[in-house]
Design a protein around this ligand. Structure first.
Ligand SMILES: CC(C)(COP(=O)(O)OP(=O)(O)OC[C@H]1O[C@@H](n2cnc3c(N)ncnc32)[C@H](O)[C@@H]1OP(=O)(O)O)[C@@H](O)C(=O)NCCC(=O)NCCS
Length: 226
């Protein structure tokens, strides 16, 4: 039988480790010592320190998206519900369907680009069931380690929220984040999401139990409350 260990003992979030490492170093736009107020963020910068641009992915981006997504799944096994092992054989088809599915015209994936390289993504998927059409979910939020800690993740999620606000009849966005992935949870909170539940042992990753926090953003309430 598989042994089950909790993530509090086995913290393997690459994103979290990345944040800790970055916190110690000089971060572009970081608040100088002795100044408690946050400075205006600089333009989002990519790994090459060129400004990154964000746009919706189009079918021609499918290969680059598939490669980025597989790398994110491989690098962060505790952060995502999908696994690299499961997707590797049909990653291109998964990516293409997420970018464009004629049956789901309101869904989209945002990509952050440094030149031609995808360095970040955030996906939106509307629930199509009649009683659930007012809800959409956020999935696949990831930033390449070399581009992390510079505002790209926040910019992707804020842009996704802005675009979701234009979808007729959409009232709320939901997402899940693994309990213990403090960097991602903090990012979502900064974007207005609040936690409304916690599913214990939502995933088992190689015998490691991972709880998931459920978060919501009410699009018709600026405060994010209901
Ligand atoms: C979580 C993740 C998407 C965050 O992406 P990111 O681009 O690093 O996010 P941001 O830069 O917007 O925010 C991260 C940190 O940088 C800080 N930051 C943002 N802009 C900044 C700026 N201009 N200057 C200084 N710091 C800044 C944020 O305050 C935040 O600090 P914190 O670590 O104290 O919370 C990324 O780390 C990742 O891909 N992780 C692995 C996959 C994952 O966990 N995905 C989420 C699944 S639910």
């Amino acid at each position: 039988m598989q042994s089950v260990e909790s993530t509090s003992r086995l913290s393997r979030f690459r994103g979290g480790r990345q944040h800790k490492r970055l916190r110690g170093g000089a971060r572009r736009g970081s608040v100088p010592a002795g100044n408690s107020s946050r400075t205006e963020p600089p333009p989002m910068m990519s790994s090459t320190d060129a400004p990154a641009s964000i746009r919706r992915l189009v079918p021609e981006d499918a290969r680059a998206y598939a490669e980025f997504r597989l790398a994110a799944l491989e690098g962060n096994p505790l952060a995502f519900g999908s696994s690299a092992e499961e997707e590797r054989g049909h990653a291109l088809a998964v990516a293409a369907a997420r970018i464009h599915d004629p049956a789901r015209p309101q869904d989209f994936v945002l990509g952050a680009f440094a030149g031609r390289d995808v360095v970040g993504t955030a996906g939106f998927k509307r629930d199509l069931r009649a009683k659930h059409r007012h809800k959409g979910s956020v999935f696949g939020v990831a930033v390449a380690p070399a581009a992390a800690g510079r505002g790209l993740g926040g910019a992707l999620v804020r842009r996704l929220v802005a675009e979701a606000r234009t979808v007729p009849g959409l009232l709320q966005l939901v997402l899940t984040v693994s309990d213990g992935n403090g960097g991602a949870e903090a990012l979502y909170r900064r974007c207005g999401f609040t936690v409304f539940g916690r599913e214990p042992r939502a995933m088992l990753v190689d015998g490691v139990a991972v709880a998931k926090l459920h978060m919501v953003l009410m699009l018709d309430a600026p405060s994010g409350s209901d």
